[in-house]
Design a protein around this ligand. Structure first.
Ligand SMILES: *[C@@H]1O[C@H](CO)[C@@H](O)[C@H](O)[C@H]1NC(C)=O
Ligand SMILES: *[C@@H]1O[C@H](CO)[C@@H](O)[C@H](O)[C@H]1NC(C)=O
Length: 297
């Protein structure tokens, strides 16, 4: 696999080879793929019958820049209540220097493996003044700011085997899955800190200036982060259902007189605090997902 500029130069054969390699190595046939955001790698802990592959051992898979610690940089297959799942522990960011083709590579592998739904979790900064640190935001819609500037994962020749040239994005986040998340959240007693909102992607790596944050608020963004949108865009393109959960790890400063500054420590601390709740939520969601598909088929 090679990349040129920001357009995708992975061929269909590259994706196929990686898929075949994985299917040869595991008997899991996942229906749900989960991308675990920062500090949320533990989401896979609830799974049984686990099988783990390091990214570096998977052919064509992008490899970590080494910034990850602990269990990140692994693809974990596992079962949650009869539902076979695959978890990405650690994902790739534009700001690390990966091309968008590399960032979204795993999503197309999931599609070719037979995955139906993609669940993305991530940390983001709260813009909506009603939000609080520790809130879990169900992503209702997004603004692809890098995409506006041509940093778009679907730029370049379109492969019809994945999807059409001009895909619809107005329903990128599945209404059914969003409703399911709200229901499950309320059953688990999370309603007080669950929200729905619009996520905006910026490339990073710096956090927003105050003027930028104010601009995002005016544009209708509820939270802002440095990932997720390319993966969701590629997932929607190839027909996966998507659910996005974003943990509000800090509030973005909209005020010049505010003294606190955002730091990565704060982000990690909050992730840790809510990681357990999110894991319960994701596990319950996956259980209910299975029941729901049985009911509707
Ligand atoms: C998968 O297994 C088949 C049968 O053993 C083999 O022919 C094929 O080369 C394998 N593919 C990969 C990509 O490992
Ligand atoms: C999303 O998660 C990644 C790590 O998985 C993290 O590095 C990034 O900062 C998060 N997004 C935000 C806060 O924009």
């Amino acid at each position: 696999m090679h990349t040129k500029g920001n357009s995708c130069c992975c061929s269909f054969e590259d994706y196929k080879l990686t898929t075949e390699w994985l299917l040869n190595q595991t008997s899991h046939r996942p229906k749900i793929a989960v991308i675990c955001g920062s500090g949320l790698g533990l989401l896979a802990d609830g799974a049984t019958n686990k099988q783990t592959f390091r990214y570096q051992d998977i052919p064509n898979f992008p490899v970590s820049t080494g910034a990850w610690s602990g269990h990140e940089g692994c693809l974990v297959f596992g079962t949650i209540e009869d539902t076979s799942c695959v978890f990405m522990q650690g994902h790739f960011h534009l700001y690390e220097g990966y091309s968008l083709c590399q960032v979204t590579f795993p999503v197309r592998i999931f599609k070719l493996m037979g995955v139906e739904s993609l669940l993305v979790t991530n940390a983001s900064g709260g813009i909506c003044p009603d939000f609080k640190v520790g809130d879990i935001m169900i992503i209702k819609d997004h603004i692809n700011l890098p995409g506006f500037a041509g940093q778009h994962p679907l730029c370049g020749p379109n492969d019809e085997r994945f999807g059409i040239r001009f895909p619809c994005m107005s329903d990128a986040y599945s209404k059914d899955l969003r409703r399911l998340a709200l229901d499950v959240g309320s059953e688990l007693g999370c309603s007080d800190f669950m929200r729905e909102g619009v996520f905006c992607m910026v490339s990073g790596p710096n956090f927003e200036t105050i003027a930028e944050a104010r601009m995002l608020l005016i544009l209708g963004c509820d939270s802002v982060g440095m990932s997720t949108v390319p993966e969701v865009t590629v997932a929607k393109h190839c027909g996966l259902r998507v659910l996005g959960l974003s943990l509000i790890t800090n509030m973005v400063s909209l005020d010049y007189s505010r003294e606190e500054k955002v730091n990565h420590e704060e982000v990690l601390q909050t992730s840790k605090m809510r990681a357990e709740v999110l894991q319960k939520l994701v596990t319950a969601l996956i259980c209910r997902y299975q029941q729901q598909s049985i009911n509707t088929h």
